[in-house]
Design a protein around this ligand. Structure first.
Ligand code: 4FN
Length: 262
């Protein structure tokens, strides 16, 4: 997978290229990261990439031309190596919500070209001509698309085969799509006793792996039902809940309701 990003702050992408799981995957050449600065595709002495909005108003708008030249350079560079065509993705609050399934699709693909906006936004003509998809992380104001792009790249790269050395631990993580669709159970590590904290659930020290698996599943169901009941409904719709799961959910919903027997 090859990721290209158009950004006025290419150094920001060092975070995902060089750290942790994604950094190791990059060293292993499981993916590559190319950050391109539209400022490098200007010709005036000030290296201008923005201008005042037509119609007036506050702030500045990213000009189409430096972005078009950057995109052209990316396409030439991609053609010189793998040549696969990939979508141009704009990170934008009007975009489709980025989900775990979106991360899986990206990870299974040849990559993407991310356009990271700054200032008040981008000349609409560049978007209309060149952008294939718009993705969003959610409804909040960012000062640029970079942090959103970095989050999405992280979510995709960790899914690449071989990215997680401890093979199946991604399968146990929260939100691993369609495997359970449930939140993770709590984790504990040494020391066995911690001042002022409850003891570690004894089942985890029992060495009985069937009981441990059952406890973890029930914890997942409990945490999910409490904090993200929407994910329980979704897991049910996707056929991811067993009859044991349903029995357990019924049990905890009865025990947690306030209706005492008359
Ligand atoms: N943001 C809203 C409405 C209108 C604008 C914004 C906003 C960065 C270039 C876009 C924001 C949030 C989630 C990219 C927000 C995201 C961005 C994202 C983003 C600078 C223009 C801008 C929804 C809060 C009402 C700034 C809300 N996921 N504009 O933040 O790129 O990907």
């Amino acid at each position: 997978m090859r990721i290209d990003a158009m950004t006025l702050f290419p150094d920001m992408f060092g975070i995902v290229r060089d750290s942790g799981v994604t950094g190791r995957a990059h060293t292993q050449k499981l993916w590559s990261m190319h950050a391109w600065n539209p400022r490098d595709f200007t010709h005036d002495v000030h290296r201008t990439v923005d201008d005042r909005p037509y119609g007036g108003g506050p702030g500045m708008v990213m000009m189409a031309e430096p972005l078009e030249k950057t995109l052209e350079a990316i396409r030439i560079d991609r053609a010189a190596s793998d040549s696969q065509d990939v979508p141009v993705v704009l990170l934008s609050p009007i975009g489709k919500p980025f989900k775990q399934a979106t991360a899986s699709r990206l990870a299974a693909s040849a990559g993407a070209i991310f356009v990271c906006g700054r200032y008040e936004g981008i000349d609409q003509r560049f978007i209309d001509k060149h952008v294939d998809e718009q993705w969003s992380l959610g409804d909040f104001v960012l000062s640029g698309g970079e942090i959103a792009a970095i989050a999405m790249i992280d979510a995709a790269v960790r899914l690449l085969p071989g990215a997680l050395h401890h093979g199946d631990s991604s399968l146990q993580d929260s939100f691993q799509d369609s495997l359970s669709g449930l939140l993770d159970s709590p984790h504990y590590t040494r020391p066995e006793s911690l001042e002022g904290a409850d003891p570690i659930p004894p089942v985890l020290l029992s060495g009985n792996h069937a009981n441990i698996a059952k406890w973890r599943r029930q914890q997942s169901l409990m945490v999910t039902a409490k904090y993200r009941p929407d994910l329980i409904s979704r897991a049910r719709e996707n056929g991811l809940l067993s009859r044991d799961d349903e029995r357990f959910l019924k049990e905890i919903s009865i025990n947690s309701s306030d209706h005492a027997a008359p």
